[in-house]
Design a protein. Structure first.
Length: 258
């Protein structure tokens, strides 16, 4: 297997919506998701009653700046914005991992292949949510979550042990986040999207655990799969964001998510 060379961020042309959806394998749900939004801002501003908004967007509070700070919003579009924030974090983390100076020397070929795959997956997830929200929000210029900034403290991105331990924490948290957010989604197309992505995130979590402890049962350890029910752990947005707050430096609130 060839050594992996430094990888720069995905070329902007990659984020072209049509090409992106085809590559990501999420084409099946893309049309319904993008059409769920308003093509005309007047549909939002001049809607005659709240019932129109409820049927079109799931009701509740839209993402956007509230009291000078961006709030993720509530209900369906709030949940998608919450997921977009988490995917921004994971994409940023793996971008730094594969571009670290010690990536081709301190990580095994198997590590490099797995981490590079995860890098591409997370960038795809991030850009997919950005495209979906840009099409679904009534006023994406004001309501789309901005690019977030991150700080990993003393994490050494050239250290295999530190990187894999952080990846494990992020992936386990990501799976629990999607599991906990599913009950908050009312639109079946959005729920299908979340189900598709959480299945990939669970594979990520298993892969990282297997790299840390090969040939063990850690890929489905009791700390992430309840041995009595056989179900994954789930966490509410407030629990997940308390963890992610250790990495995300851009201020935002989640006033309308549990």
């Amino acid at each position: 297997m060839k050594n992996v060379v430094k990888i720069k961020e995905v070329d902007p042309s990659f984020t072209d919506r049509r090409k992106f959806l085809k590559i990501s394998g999420l084409t099946m749900v893309s049309t319904g998701l993008l059409l769920a939004g308003c093509n005309n801002e007047d549909d939002f501003i001049n809607s005659p009653n709240n019932n129109d908004l409820t049927s079109k967007y799931g009701g509740g509070h839209f993402p956007g700046v509230k009291d000078g700070v961006f709030d993720l919003g509530g209900n369906d579009l709030g949940v998608l914005t919450y997921a977009y924030a988490l995917e921004q974090l994971e994409a940023d983390f793996y971008t730094k991992v594969v571009n670290a100076n010690g990536f081709t020397t301190n990580f095994t070929p198997e590590d490099q292949q797995a981490l590079t795959d995860l890098y591409y997956h997370e960038v795809i997830h991030r850009e997919f949510f950005k495209a979906v929200l840009s099409g679904a929000l009534p006023n994406p210029k004001r309501q789309l979550l901005p690019d977030l900034a991150f700080d990993y403290g003393s994490l050494n991105f050239s250290s295999r042990d530190q990187v894999l331990a952080t990846a494990k924490a992020l992936e386990d948290t990501g799976v629990a986040a999607y599991n906990g957010a599913g009950r908050l989604i009312s639109n079946p197309d959005y729920l299908l999207l979340a189900g598709k992505i959480v299945s990939v995130e669970a594979r990520h979590a298993s892969a990282i655990r297997s790299l840390i402890n090969p040939n063990s049962n850690d890929f489905a350890g009791d700390d992430v799969v309840d041995p009595t029910t056989g179900l994954d752990v789930k966490k509410n947005p407030s629990e997940v964001l308390a963890i992610a707050d250790g990495f995300i430096t851009t201020p935002f609130t989640a006033l309308y998510l549990p």
